[in-house]
Design a protein around this ligand. Structure first.
Ligand code: ACO
Length: 337
């Protein structure tokens, strides 16, 4: 950091989850699966699914209002809104635009960022640069997805994994030079075909044929993504912690992308982080794409598991195939509830 730069902190956190709970038992009636298989292979017991009237921007709005209230920051003072999503309300305008209007963040810049499950940490890194350089004082970062809308409910290999959620963070300058300490973002596009929604873009525009071929659903090669994830989580975490000038002993809470409990456990073991310092909520929400980290961070803070003075390590992987790891020192600006 140069002398004319400043620290960037999280001032407020919020989360939104649909009320409807879809249990493994219910999934047993939909596809050829079992509660036992899902729990042992993934760690998931239930997930939340949005009703037909709810769109991604609705959950993003709920999470944003909560984060802004908790930060005691009025929406009118937000200067930039970044929404990380792969399930925008529509292809355009951006979900961030819809949110900007609904929040009353008049004149704020707004755009979406589309990098799948790593989206929140990518958006956080982008937002951080704007605040650190003094371009903006207040940036709202949200990750929200309704993966249920692009899940093939006839494909047992994927439909048991996902859920809907949104999480939000308000970023502002910190009193000191701490706050977000380091990030490490990366991508290996040679594995892009292992996780994709093939149709609906310029390669395969929506047609009767693409619908018939079920090309508007998420397709995943689970085994390949699993292998990639364990390595990417370990490597990116190590690099982010190194860039922060810390060691894993300095990490008070590890928040991994909630995609599979076996991936979470394997990465924690590889990093030498004891289980009591790993935050897990995959059992209740499944994989909520970019929302896993902000939802988990918000919950951990609400429950008093993390607070000012703590170092949090968040690590994600996903479509791309990409990875992102961020070390955050929570500061006094994130007040107790
Ligand atoms: N119920 C019962 N059996 C199933 C189910 C199910 N829901 N799904 C697959 N199986 C079967 C398979 O058909 C296979 O049967 P076979 O041996 O007769 O062929 C068997 O279970 C084993 O299948 P695998 O795919 O090898 O199972 P695996 O242990 O790899 O678990 C899983 C699959 C859970 C998808 C795992 O590979 C995984 O988690 N991969 C990573 C996925 C991921 O993290 N994605 C995140 C990126 S996407 C995002 O975050 C939005």
């Amino acid at each position: 950091m140069t002398t004319d730069e400043r620290g960037v902190s999280i001032w407020g956190l919020g989360r939104a989850l649909p009320e409807r709970v879809l249990t493994n038992r219910e999934l047993e009636t939909m596809v050829d699966t079992s509660d036992e298989w899902i729990k042992t292979r993934t760690g998931i017991s239930e997930r939340r699914i949005a009703d037909e009237h709810t769109a991604t921007s609705d959950l993003c709005y709920e999470a944003s209002v909560q984060a802004l209230e908790r930060a005691a920051v009025p929406a009118e003072s937000v200067e930039l809104i970044i929404v990380a999503t792969v399930t925008p309300d529509m292809v355009f305008p951006s979900t961030a635009s819809l949110l900007q209007d609904r929040l009353g963040a008049e004149g704020a810049a707004a755009f979406d960022l589309q990098v799948g499950c790593t989206g929140f940490l990518y958006a956080l890194a982008v937002a951080e640069q704007f605040v650190r350089s003094s371009a903006y004082e207040t940036v709202l970062v949200i990750a929200g997805d309704l993966l249920s809308r692009i899940t093939d409910w006839e494909d047992r290999a994927t439909c048991v994994l996902f859920g809907d959620a949104a999480g939000a963070a308000v970023l502002r300058p910190s009193g000191g030079d701490d706050g977000i300490l380091a990030s490490y973002l990366g991508n290996d596009g040679s594995g892009a075909h292992h996780l994709q929604m093939p149709a609906g873009g310029s390669r395969h525009p929506a047609r009767m044929e693409t619908v018939k071929k079920r090309m508007h659903y998420l397709k995943m090669n689970g085994r390949e993504v699993f292998k990639f994830a364990v390595k990417a989580m370990g490597d990116s975490a190590a690099e982010a912690v190194r860039r922060a000038g810390l060691t894993f002993d300095d990490i008070d809470c590890y928040i991994p992308h909630q995609a599979n409990i076996r991936i979470i456990d394997a990465s924690a073991k590889r990093l030498g982080i004891p289980r009591e310092r790993v935050y897990v909520n995959i059992d209740r929400y499944g994989n909520t794409s970019g929302a896993t980290v902000p939802v988990a961070l918000t919950e951990a803070w609400e429950d008093g598991i993390v607070g000012p003075g703590d170092n949090v390590l968040a690590v994600t992987f996903g479509a791309g195939l990409g990875w992102a790891a961020t070390v955050i020192h929570l500061t006094e600006e994130l007040r107790h509830l």
